[in-house]
Write a protein that binds this ligand. Structure first.
Ligand code: NAD
Ligand code: UDP
Ligand code: UDP
Length: 309
């Protein structure tokens, strides 16, 4: 039996990880301050004596005994991470230092939820792990992008200096059941708007692209990655390489929801990346993994979830 700490465990990805890892064998400590989530996602797990919930902010130290740490705490939607950008940087950077300090003290293996945002508005396509990125250090996305870049640096320096067992994954856009209806990211926005018959808000002309991964595929590869030998650290891209424009996503959402909502265009936010697609050769080769659930199927499942809410 392992004792596993999941920071951001009540959030979208964290709650799926809690669900998957708490399989009777492991003891889960789910840590969250509910900055961009609520208890709702994990409330059904509370009955289990091997599941423990901690209200805590990772910018403050915490002393507990664990075998593994999955560090996911951090608002992921631009709307939420831009609301209090200083807190976002603190969560990412101070949070990483505290979790690395904890991992160092107890000898725990530690996973970092990094992001495709480390590539910024990428000038090479698709993005490979050896690309250093094109990031604005002083824009509205910087608290998140530069924070996550600094966290990667910290992870690799703790490995270098303290021989920590680290796993760093660069996660590309992921969606699915469990997203908050007010999350603000594109998939949940479009689905909620379509179901409610409200206008579908495309920012800019809708020609910008993203590659969308269904949550089950992503959680599977995170767990596989965590099981690899010490020294296989990443950074490793994880996501689904199938790429869509936001216009295509809007049209598919309208079709699958049978909605009569109108598409409207709003201002494109500053520094919004124009294209994004992961090169997942490393994950394929090393973990024998590739995503199985494609957008149409994944969207149908996500639509059912939002309809049930
Ligand atoms: P989310 O916002 O649903 O979950 C983040 C969780 O972290 C929330 O429950 C929030 O309350 C919690 N949190 C925020 N600040 C905290 C703090 N200071 N202390 C403790 N808890 C705190 O987002 P998500 O999509 O589940 O993302 C999880 C992680 O994966 C994030 O680190 C994010 O950067 C990363 N990621 C996600 C995606 C994606 O597409 N979902 C893509 C790239 C990276
Ligand atoms: N820390 C923590 N829990 C622990 C051990 C450390 O929260 O079990 C925090 C503590 O705040 C510390 C930080 O992690 O400042 C970094 O720890 P490290 O041992 O690397 O550095 P130091 O203690 O020398 O600052
Ligand atoms: N977007 C949009 N309408 C929305 C929300 C987002 O057109 O209601 C666009 C956004 O400008 C970006 C893409 O969809 O180009 C993905 O945005 P999201 O916030 O999901 O994540 P990002 O990948 O930008 O961090």
């Amino acid at each position: 039996m392992k004792r596993i700490l999941i920071t951001g465990g009540a959030g979208f990805l964290g709650s799926h990880l809690c669900e998957k890892l708490h399989n009777g064998k492991n003891e889960i400590i789910c840590l969250d301050n509910y900055y961009s989530s609520s208890k709702q996602n994990i409330i059904h797990l509370l009955q289990n004596p091997r599941f423990e919930l901690l209200r805590h902010d990772i910018t403050f130290p915490i002393y507990i005994e664990v075998d593994e740490i999955y560090n996911l705490a951090c608002p992921a939607s631009p709307v939420h991470y831009q609301r209090d950008p200083v807190q976002t940087s603190k969560t990412i950077v101070h949070g990483a230092i505290n979790m690395l300090g904890l991992a160092k003290r107890v000898g725990a293996k530690i996973f970092q939820a990094s992001t495709s945002e480390v590539y910024g508005d990428p000038l090479i396509h698709p993005q490979t792990e050896n690309y250093w990125g094109n990031v604005n250090p002083v824009g509205i996305r910087s608290c998140y992008d530069e924070g996550k870049r600094c966290a990667e640096t910290l992870f690799f320096d703790y490995q270098l200096q303290h021989n920590l067992d680290i796993k760093v994954a660069r996660i590309f856009n992921t969606y699915g059941p469990g997203m908050h209806p007010n999350d603000g990211r594109v998939v949940s926005n479009f689905i909620v708007q379509a179901i409610k018959g409200k206008d579908i808000t495309i920012y800019g002309d809708g020609s910008q692209t993203r590659s969308f991964c269904y949550v089950d595929d992503l959680v599977n590869v995170i767990i596989k990655f965590m099981k690899t030998e010490k020294g296989f650290t990443g950074p490793m891209n994880i996501g689904n390489p199938n790429e869509f424009t936001m216009l295509e996503l809007a049209e598919l959402t309208l079709e699958l929801t049978n909605s009569k909502s109108k598409i409207i265009h709003q201002t494109l936010p500053e520094d919004d990346p124009k294209q994004r697609q992961p090169d997942i050769s490393l994950a394929k080769e090393k973990l024998n993994w590739e995503p199985k659930i494609q957008l149409r199927d994944g969207l149908e499942r996500t639509i059912k979830y939002f309809q049930s809410l």
